[in-house]
Ligand binder design. Sequence first.
Ligand code: PHB
Length: 390
Amino acid sequence: MPIKVRYVIAATGLILAVNTPVCAHAEDALKIGLIAPMTGIAASTGRQIDNAVRLYMRQHGDTVAGRKIEIILRDDAAIAENTRRVAQELIVNDKVDILAGFGLTPGTLATAPLATQAKIPMVVMAAGTSIITDKSSYIVRTSFTLPQSASVIGAWASRNGIKTATAMISDYAPGVDALTFFKKGFEAGGGRMIEEVRVPMSNPDFAPFLQRMKDAKPDAIFVFVPAGQGGAFMKQYVERGLNSSGIKVIGTGDIMDDDLLADMGDATLGMVTAHIYSAAHPSAKNEEFVAAYRQAFKARPGFMAVGAYDGMHLIYEALKKTGGASGAALVTAMKGMAWESPRGPVAIDPDTRDIVQNVYVRKVEKVNGEPYNVEFDVVQAVKDPGKNKD
Ligand code: PHB
């Protein structure tokens, strides 16, 4: 049974999770149905989303524009049928005003028509396939798209001495987006692809692929696996002796998620990825965010936490603009909104409802004894390149 939890802010300011309905001011409450993979293959994403939503509410209170914010958290276990089913239940039974969360693309795509039918905003805080925002005019995204980061690492690789590459991608929509846009950037700069391999999204075995890579001897391997799988990839990479073969690993930042990086071992040192967030991003806003997250959850926030934190910010600020109204008016209020996120400056593209943000090129280095993605280059204000497929 998927878990169902409501957040209530206690008088102490602490957020408690309880299983009983909240009755206080129920007629004014604005309900957010938060769907996240709290169990299953993407549980690290679910944990980050849940943590970041709690942190945002702890810092900003639980009442906006006179309406009490009530979060109803549901676990979809990263299974698309569950995502759609719990969304349906949240709409019909709980009468939520907003759907939010969405850890993986398949469940997000399956749910999009429900947001359109119910005419409620659907804030995508994690999933990253380009096409998602095209699937409902009620979808607004605060995470990222794979083409944003993949195009930047592709161009960077071709400019930095990498002449040949192989690719290993997780075999579903974000992986296809990552590969398409890595190749575009890489080949436009003169790079040559040698081989492309897809691995199953659930329980992937990287070993056969890694053996082939040893024999193919590319300058670099481009890797996309969804958040949470980077540790398993790196383990097999080391076990197969690839770390001493001179073949570089490059990728989107999904394989070097800050949430797991500290436990991935020294083989990550020197690895270059492009992504939208690093816990080492040098800004006062980020330092404050990382410190508060660490204090609350004894963990380092990754990019999935930032997508959820910004998703809450977007909801709160848009509610202030509408005077607490939801529906299509809230989506309209979200369009064009811009703010400073822990990741840097971000905005919602009013035409696509997708996030516009900086993409950073980063190298794993030790900072105060712990590995971090240290940013050394940036492409500013990147709109989703996947929206202009020509
Ligand atoms: C997705 O399913 O859209 C997804 C999940 C995890 C990632 C990137 C994309 O790291």
